[in-house]
Design a protein around this ligand. Sequence first.
Ligand SMILES: *Cc1c(COP(=O)(O)O)cnc(C)c1O
Length: 714
Amino acid sequence: MNYQIFYLPARIGRLGELAYNVWWSWNPDASALFQYLDKTLWELTHNNPVKLLRQIAPAKLEAAAADPAFLRRYDGVMLAFDYALSCEGDWFPQKYPNLKNETIAYFSAEFGVHNSLPIYSGGLGILAGDHSKEASDLGLPFVGVGFVYPEGYFTQKISAAGQQEAHYLQLDYSMSPIEPVFTKDTSGPIKFHLGGRDIYVAVWRVRLGSGSLVLMNADVEENQPWDRELSARLYGGNRETRLLQEMLLGIGGVRMLRALNLNPAVYHANEGHAAFLLLERIREFVAAGKSFEQAVEQVRATSIFTTHTPVPAGHDTFHFSLIEKHFAGYWNQLGIGREEFMALGAYNDHFGGGTNFNMTALALRLSGRYNGVSKVNGEVSRKMWHPMWPDKTENDVPITSVTNGVHVPTWLAPELSRLYSKHLGQDWLRQHDDPKFWERMDEIPDEELWNLHQRLKAKLLSFMRERARKRWMNEGTGATHALASGTFFNPEALTIGFARRFATYKRALLIFRDIERLKKILQDSWRPLQIVFAGKAHPDDAPGRSLIHSIYEIARDHQIGGHIAFVEDYDILLAKHLYHGVDVWMNNPRPPLEASGTSGMKAALNGVPNLSVRDGWWFEGYHGTNGWVIGADPMVEMSEEERDDADVESLYSTLEREVVPLFYERDSDGVPRGWVQVMKEAIRHGAPAFSARRMVKEYTERLYLSAMQAAEKK
Ligand SMILES: *Cc1c(COP(=O)(O)O)cnc(C)c1O
């Protein structure tokens, strides 16, 4: 890519290249560089350097190029940037020098890397983004494969009537850190023969340090109008669109890699959406002369599959007729007949769905290694997929687990990163997955951690206010809308955050079950509590949308007094403010339905303790001193009603007896010593164990390495 598209004085000419490598977003010095150029524009562009460089006044750039202080920072950042790109000294090439050319291809329907790239909807995508960034940091030869959705996922507004409105904005490629590879401005889209017709896709690249994502988009002129829709939106369309989208991801994804001259050693499918990649690889081996059985063996040996979904209904399935329609003619290329082909995906979920072509079953049959995303989720998955291994006991079902982790440099507040550098050493980031290292947490003075947290909280509240103000100014939304968005929030009051996708099992309304009791807690004049909610519901999910409506109604009820807020449009930018700035992170899904959850991990590493039911990651993350467990034992069977009652009672009493008193118990200097201790424990346990660094190393050593070695031998 030619980065000369921006006007840049030669002395700072590499800012363009930096803007187009999302690495800047997880290096606090690099992001500060753009911020220094024009702080206002930085805010207005929602921290998007591509947009900033396109819009900034040339005089500001010239001034920066002549400012010795700026240049010193610039040179420092460029040095670090080149070092990151070189992978020199990174963990993987150091430890496995003989494997450093064996690429891992990671397929995912979504990637959440930055808010300027709306190609994610929630947890699954953020996880894929974090995995990719950490793979780059560790020097793993890595390429992510997915889509760029021209209409992305929607932005959310709450109407005056309290309803979620979904707005799909057209992605402006020129304002995103995305580089053309095969597009109409370069050599043109590439062509596949797929499902009986030709289909064209444009290919784009997103740079993440030394690694990258390569993304397809079918919205090109060469395609028929209906095919242009295939990658228009994330999870849009009907079942058939969904099937075609998944064919494009799996089969098209492999072919795109070939068009890029990439022949990865190992393939990792993040969730069942990408499972067709396994078929395509079999097809390739058969075309190269292997038998179907040999091809399957080779594909299994080099494929990893991660399942996240803890309920049978959540797995992707298709009617056989639909599969027949689009795969007729494909199975003979695999060297098998129709029956054998259908059997690869056939699965009866035993929960009323009947027998269908099931993407998870397909992935389990054709990959060699599989995992769930937390210890509980591994257990749930073994139970759910036990019928696939009728000869084994449930415990011996070969689905293991690798607990999720979060990319620490992305999710840690830059201010905290500086605090850790100051007290734990400049080198802290290199060792952050080592639990022993964090035993030094006490070297950080309580006052400093506490005061910094106050600053981050103030930043969150001002972010909320500005969002509300903008909406009010631009659209004249009623004043109650502004109040319901948290403008009455008090920087001194204990603040709980709750943000997630609004699906009913997440039980967003649990805390409102006894509103009078809650009001007493919220409105205690000496020890008030306030709760900020955020999150989207899938536009087709009426019950989910109704949850948002209910919370919004409570937020604007004057009797609540502004202690409850709903902030619109939960995206990466808002998420960061929340994880950095609230005092407690709350999570109360109905167990065991939380596969892992990662928002609580992000909160923890910022010193925000969790208040959560014992499910997902918290089942293994809770250590008695780093937060609070609420609710009944998840392993005990009880009715939904009974569980809701037990859990909410436990939630209220934990708040009343433990959380609120501890937060307001201050020393003579105003520091809540006991509270700060919990904050430190949250960091000490959370940062190493739930880092993406620990996770990617674990994937590498437990799953990728043997697959890489199998690939070498072929
Ligand atoms: C981390 C994150 C999520 C996933 O969090 P959960 O705990 O799984 O709900 C969703 N959306 C955004 C923007 C995130 O940053």
